[in-house]
Write a protein that binds this ligand. Structure first.
Ligand SMILES: [Zn+2]
Length: 91
């Protein structure tokens, strides 16, 4: 007998759709208040999620929704990585 596979889902901040956690990028604010990207999904702290859709990343980057959701400033390197992921980075 095999158990049904449990797939954790999270809501993307950009499109508000629920998607498998593995397909989302996690941005986490550590208990110390430091914001970073969490590729493993295991860092402690408060996390928000973004899906792979560049439109979502653009929307979130523009609206500063991340800053508001995490109530913390987004470090330049995190913003830069998001820009690269969103395809809006100036090369
Ligand atoms: Zn999305």
């Amino acid at each position: 007998m095999s158990k049904p596979r449990y797939v954790p889902v999270r809501q993307c901040m950009g499109c508000r759709e629920h998607k498998p956690k593995a397909e989302l990028i996690r941005v986490v604010r550590s208990p110390a208040g430091e914001v970073s990207l969490d590729a493993t999904g295991r860092k402690p702290g408060r996390g928000v999620y973004l899906c792979q859709d560049p439109a979502c990343r653009k929307r979130v980057a523009k609206s500063r929704a991340l800053e508001r959701a995490l109530a913390a400033p987004i470090p330049a390197e995190v913003q830069q990585t998001l820009d690269v992921l969103a395809g809006t980075a100036k090369a």
